[in-house]
Design a protein around this ligand. Structure first.
Ligand code: UDP
Length: 237
């Protein structure tokens, strides 16, 4: 199914799909990193959980009309996707304050944002993925102003869909990160993954953290909370 390794990131490997130049195989790793790679660990089974969770979420978004790179889950740790030209931006949507924003803006954790806040970060490990504004994004990447606006609109639409989804399983979507790419028709489509690695997910009743913060902060069992998210999603999608 797959041939040459094209790229290895912190959480996934990307292979060329065999005999299909326009398609890639994403292979989810068991590695976890935090603080721009300073904190590292391996959790056997994390790759399977994130592949399962992200596959389910992308299938759900596709069914709701969102265009994504996702084709299908291939096996426990791999999925087939369309090749896209990745745009080196992280698009973060925030419904509540958590992580760096509380410190940056001097506000309490869990403060609600209504309307939600959309932010861009420049994907660059050496620079530590700096927070940037729209003009910086236009300067640093080849996106057009219309594409930038389109990414914001799509991110907010996906926020509505994901909030609705997680709410059904008693989970609050606090914030999340998306990445977009251009497909063969030069359209902006959702790429990368959506998983507890890339979202903040809190239990609606207890506010317990069910995401990578348990590893970042050393406060819980990563595999246990990722398994909890998968079990909840399996009930509805
Ligand atoms: N996030 C991510 N990858 C990154 C940085 C952030 O997936 O490289 C996600 C993170 O899991 C959270 C959201 O984006 O759901 C917002 O993260 P934030 O900017 O608050 O990051 P932090 O302050 O924790 O570094």
């Amino acid at each position: 199914m797959k041939t040459g390794l094209l790229y290895e990131g912190k959480a996934k490997k990307v292979y060329q799909a065999c005999g299909e130049p326009g398609k890639l195989v994403l292979s989810y790793k068991d590695d976890a990193t935090a603080m721009n790679g300073e904190k590292k660990a391996t959790f056997v089974g994390k790759g399977r959980l994130n592949n399962e969770i992200s596959s389910r979420i992308f299938t759900y978004l596709r069914a709701k009309g969102a265009e994504t790179h996702f084709i299908k889950r291939l096996n426990e740790t791999e999925q087939l996707v369309y090749r896209t030209e990745m745009i080196p931006l992280e698009v973060v949507v925030r419904n509540m304050a958590a992580g760096n924003i509380a410190k940056r803006l001097g506000i309490e954790d869990a403060t609600a944002f209504d309307p939600p806040i959309v932010e861009f970060y420049y994907k660059n490990d050496e620079l530590g993925d700096p927070f940037i504004n729209d003009e910086h994004a236009l300067f640093l990447t080849n996106v057009t102003p219309a594409e930038l606006q389109e990414m914001k609109n799509k991110a907010l639409k996906m926020n509505d869909l994901l909030r609705e989804l997680f709410s059904k399983v008693e989970v609050i979507l606090v914030d999340f990160k998306l990445e977009f790419g251009r497909n063969a028709e030069a359209q902006i489509v959702l790429s990368d993954e959506i998983s507890p690695d890339t979202c903040r997910l809190w239990d609606k009743t207890t506010q317990d953290k069910l995401d990578k913060d348990v590893f970042r902060q050393g406060t819980g069992d990563l595999l246990k909370v990722y398994e909890d998210i998968l079990k909840r999603l399996e009930r509805i999608i």
